[in-house]
Design a protein around this ligand. Structure first.
Ligand code: SF4
Length: 473
């Protein structure tokens, strides 16, 4: 059960939806109205789609994979394959072993993937299928019968009732490293790092890759959807991700000199590599805005002993600063309601505070103490006392927007209805974005991404509050 808290960790919404004395408050504590998060396997599938030649397989009913394909296709506007073990009433009673084995065999024959990622679902977690045991038995009998090994299969336990897509992504990285990564060969490779960025848009992953390259570092990205989910039109349809992190790279991850995780909530993979193979691990905030990007670049430069930051980066940083000065008259003290994944929201709050804006409502659907602490730390530098909705839903967000007011909303497309109802603009970031094109090209990371987000924010304010107010052009 969630509790909506303000920045002092106190409940804030006793009267939510109620009409004070005349009506009892709407008791929604036992239900979620318009969730502000996705289901666990969705995060797992997104991570798997950044692996070259991998096929996600949902062990559950067909509806789960249809829902995920639907969300992914309308966000990325790419053909996305998500297979299913297609459970029915009978398999719910007798177990899904037969379906899982048939699905593995069919996928191998039809697609011959480099890897199959089996993610469980609410249904199979509830009936208690031993997915790992079934896979192990199947692989042994396949080797015996065919005289060759079946492609690698990793299983990821993703019951949606005990976590969101954020945990799904994290668990997938852990499963990949746990099952595939080999012990280090000798010394760590001085030029190689592992980078766990969290669930990002292809354009943001591309920007991270670009920054690493500029700092003369080679990175293994867990996982790299920059090309698989933002592919050029070539006339042929790819049934499996044709680019992304390779199996060999995953196997070699213990040779890297460090793992950098850009997410407080997807850090288990880095911790595992550290514990098992002694690979040093550092967690950084997502490089959104000036301070966080500076921190990222400083860390990269310390790893590679680069004394002078490349001129391109100096220029891009200067351009972001210039943009901040140019926009200041419009952005200053504008009140924002920001919602989405905890790491994304934390990064956005940090950036808008740098812009002199006021994040008055800060919400995430994935409950997290770390999130609460991070937000407290960032807003402690300001005179604002924002309402923090930690583990709430869009109903809570809407009620709070009605109560406290906001000039702008910032988050995924699901906030569109709140924007219309309250007559405020929505700046679209995060996942999913289905009511606009180009979600896969939205870049908000690094200096360049920050500038693009700043322009979008400022132009939205100008269009909404100046043009519509009859401002003379
Ligand atoms: S929440 Fe559960 S039942 Fe619904 S799509 Fe996700 S895994 Fe399937």
């Amino acid at each position: 059960m969630y509790k909506a808290l303000n920045s002092k960790n106190e409940p804030f919404s006793d009267e939510l939806g109620g009409n004070k004395k005349s009506e009892p408050p709407y008791q929604k504590k036992f239900a979620v109205v318009n969730p502000c998060r996705m289901c666990q396997p969705m995060g797992a599938v997104q991570a798997l789609l950044g692996i070259e030649g991998a096929m996600p397989l949902i062990h559950g009913s067909q509806g789960c994979s249809t829902y995920m394909r639907f969300q992914l296709c309308r966000h990325f506007r790419e053909p996305v394959n998500v297979s299913s073990t297609s459970l029915s009433e009978g398999t719910v009673v007798y177990g899904g072993e037969e379906n899982l084995i048939k699905a593995l065999e069919t996928i191998k024959i039809q697609y011959n993937p480099t890897l199959i990622g089996v993610t469980s679902s609410c249904l199979t977690e509830t009936i208690g299928d031993d997915v790992e045991g079934i896979i192990k038995k199947f692989r042994e009998s396949y080797l015996k019968n065919h005289g060759e090994k079946f492609p690698p299969v990793v299983s990821i336990s993703t019951p949606s009732y005990s976590g969101s897509h954020v945990e799904g992504y994290d668990k997938t990285i852990v499963s990949l490293l746990e099952n595939l990564t080999l012990p280090p060969e000798s010394e760590h490779d001085p030029d190689m790092i592992n980078l766990i960025p969290g669930n990002l848009s292809p354009a943001d992953v591309e920007e991270i890759k670009e920054l690493i390259k500029l700092m003369e570092i080679n990175g293994i990205i867990f996982t790299d959807n920059s090309e698989s989910l933002n592919a050029p039109l070539t006339g042929s349809v790819e049934f499996l991700p044709s680019r992304g992190i390779t199996l060999d790279e995953i196997r070699q991850a213990a040779n890297s000199k460090i793992t950098l995780t850009l997410s407080q909530h997807a850090s288990s993979g880095g911790k595992l590599l550290n514990k098992r193979f002694g690979v040093p691990h550092a967690i950084l905030p997502l490089p959104i805005g000036l301070e966080n990007t500076d921190k990222f670049i400083e860390t990269l430069s310390s790893l590679n002993y680069v004394e002078n930051i490349p001129p391109t980066l100096e220029r891009d940083r200067g351009r972001l600063l210039d943009g901040m000065v140019d926009s200041q008259a419009y952005t200053h003290e504008q009140r924002l309601a920001i919602y989405g994944d905890p790491d994304l929201v934390t990064g956005l709050v940090s950036f808008v505070v740098e812009l002199g804006m006021e994040p008055s409502i800060i919400a995430t659907g994935t409950k997290s103490n770390q999130f609460q602490e991070d937000i407290k730390k960032i807003t402690a530098k300001t005179s604002y006392d924002p309402v923090v909705i930690n583990g709430g839903d869009l109903y809570d967000l809407h009620q709070q927007v009605k109560k406290t007011g906001a000039d702008l909303l910032m988050g995924n497309s699901y906030g569109g209805r709140i924007a219309v109802a309250e007559d405020i603009p929505l700046v679209r970031v995060g996942f999913p974005i289905f009511d606009r094109v180009g979600a896969q090209r939205i870049c908000i990371l690094g200096y360049k991404g920050g500038l693009s987000l700043l322009d979008q924010l400022t132009n939205t304010i100008i269009q909404y509050y100046y043009d519509e107010a009859g401002y003379e052009l």
